[in-house]
Write a protein that binds this ligand. Structure first.
Ligand code: HEM
Length: 483
């Protein structure tokens, strides 16, 4: 197993062994799907047996309420249903006022200090996620560090995933030898306390009559009505927390990929700006309602998700519930099923070219595209598949279109120049290691396209920020007015 560029090794193996092959990790089997048909035939069509999650060791600490990791049991079904009810295509528009507002601040931040573009993108995505999850904004980028702590602890314990037989021994190790167990318990306690206090805060604000929409508030309201699929308070607290976590890095990394593509493919940037100028004009920002009239920009969003997939191996593997046969191969019960997203997204002609025209005929939303009967026509595989497909994809579609169209309307995005006037080179395919990846840090120059646009950004942000209270938070009118 390579310690870096795992996706490239998977691609090589797919070229050698075909669209389905397996790896033996200790005593465990990992089946790798690298072709659209395998994804459709197994994860979609046989979703009754391919929708579990592998029993990774870290799940044994705490109550296993992280929906991404939980297997598809009764609790997952209720948790997932709540996501569906609150984030489906008919209700996803309720978050547009937040996307509108936060993207206005993003434009203004970039106007003021473009050299800090990465920090601004991070604040933007974190704040967007916290407003959608809880209804309050994040004005700084000091994220809870325990999320990263988890990733480190989980990777240190990977051997226990490959050899489950070692788990009882590991659990008996004195903490001064293992140390990791204590660290995980500490992180779990921090997490639990945080999710509960945030939910409590949402409840307090509801009592005070606050009107702002949020996933947490809407779950609490939904749960008050009679129904057989009630969630416990702890399940609500964890659902909200994991919506926040699920929405943050994914959107942040995807936007970093977009800016990088614009530097590397200036003709695409110009073409998209031309479309925006002819449809939207100079005097106003693009809106979600412009989607149908901006096919090239919508194609840029699709191409960003294809070209720079943050969930490069599908986020978290699925797990198969019983022995199965596919294309003559036996897939054993309990095997993990990994979506080789990098390879799946690279099956097009000239895959490392950022070419929105390949999506030009495809006006489908991410959800519609992901369930197309002809799986070869799917725009990309970055949101996963089957019953575990990302439930936040309608919200993500809106966040990405609103932000990308506005960045293109407002700015020219170009490479940074060195002292001799030459562009600082950027390695096209360099990405961070891990399972949720981002482009390796790069430099770029972001300038308003003209003086008038700079003035418009300034005045739009000034008037938007008038709707904030003394704590820089929404004052409750934001949603109702859509202002
Ligand atoms: C560009 C943005 C995003 C990308 C690329 C992305 C990608 C993914 C992927 C690949 C999965 C696993 C799918 C599978 O197992 O087949 C997933 C799961 C999930 N995503 Fe997203 N996501 C994004 C945004 C969001 C947002 C905005 C939210 C919430 C508002 C969200 C919430 C979740 C949740 C809760 C799960 C776990 C679902 C389950 O295991 O049943 N994601 N996402």
């Amino acid at each position: 197993m390579p310690s870096s560029d795992f996706h490239l090794q998977l691609q090589k193996w797919a070229q050698k062994y075909g669209p389905i092959f397996s790896l033996k990790l200790g005593s465990q089997t990992l089946v790798v799907l690298s072709g659209p048909d395998g994804v459709k035939d197994l994860l979609d069509k046989r979703s009754n047996v391919y929708s579990g999650r592998p029993a990774v060791f870290i799940r044994e600490f705490g109550d296993d309420l992280n929906i991404l990791m939980r297997t598809n049991d009764e609790t997952w079904r209720r948790q997932r249903k709540m996501y569906h009810v609150q984030l489906n295509v008919n209700v996803a528009d309720k978050y547009i006022p937040y996307q509108d507002f936060e993207s206005k601040e993003l434009l203004w931040d970039l106007l003021m200090s473009p050299e800090n573009f990465n920090l601004h993108l991070k604040r933007f995505t974190t704040s967007l996620a916290s407003t959608m999850a809880y209804g309050w904004r994040t004005t700084s980028v000091d994220l809870p560090q325990w999320i990263e702590g988890y990733a480190v602890a989980a990777s240190q314990m990977q051997i226990m995933d490959w050899y489950p037989i070692l788990r009882p021994i590991f659990r008996r190790l004195p903490s001064k030898i293992s140390g990791i167990q204590d660290e995980i318990i500490r992180l779990k306690n921090i997490e639990e306390h945080l999710w509960f206090s945030l939910m409590q805060d949402a409840q307090d604000r509801m009592k005070e009559g606050e009107m702002n929409e949020s996933f947490c508030r809407d779950m609490l309201l939904e749960n008050m009505s009679e129904g057989k699929d009630q969630l416990t308070p702890k399940e609500i607290a964890f659902n909200a927390g994991h919506a926040w976590a699920g929405a943050t890095d994914t959107t942040y990394n995807t936007l970093q990929g977009f800016l990088k593509a614009m530097i590397l493919f200036p003709d695409v940037q110009r073409e998209a700006q031309k479309e925006i100028d002819s449809v939207v004009g100079k005097d106003r920002l693009p809106e979600w309602t412009d989607l149908a009239n901006l096919p090239y920009v919508q194609s840029c969003v699709k191409e960003t998700l294809r070209w720079s997939p943050t969930t490069i191996t599908g986020g978290m593997p699925h797990c198969v519930a019983k022995d199965d046969i596919y294309m003559g191969y036996r897939i054993p019960a309990g095997a993990s099923i990994l979506q080789n997203v990098w390879t799946l997204n690279s099956r097009v002609r000239t895959p490392r070219e950022f070419d929105p025209t390949r999506h030009f005929e495809d006006r489908l939303s991410s959800q519609e595209s992901a369930v197309q009967a002809d799986s070869n026509k799917r725009d990309h595989f970055t949101f996963g598949a089957g019953r575990r497909i990302c439930p936040g994809l309608h919200v993500a579609d809106r966040s990405l279109f609103i932000t990308i169209s506005r960045l293109l309307w407002a700015f020219d995005i170009t490479p940074e120049m060195d002292a001799s006037g030459q562009p600082v080179p950027i390695e096209r395919d360099a990405i961070t290691p891990g399972f949720i990846v981002a482009p390796m840090p790069y430099k770029c120059t972001i300038r308003p396209r003209d003086e008038m646009r700079a003035k418009i950004i300034d005045s739009i942000w000034k008037s938007a920020s008038e709707s904030l209270d003394e704590n820089d938070n929404y004052n409750g009118h934001l949603h109702r007015d859509g202002a």
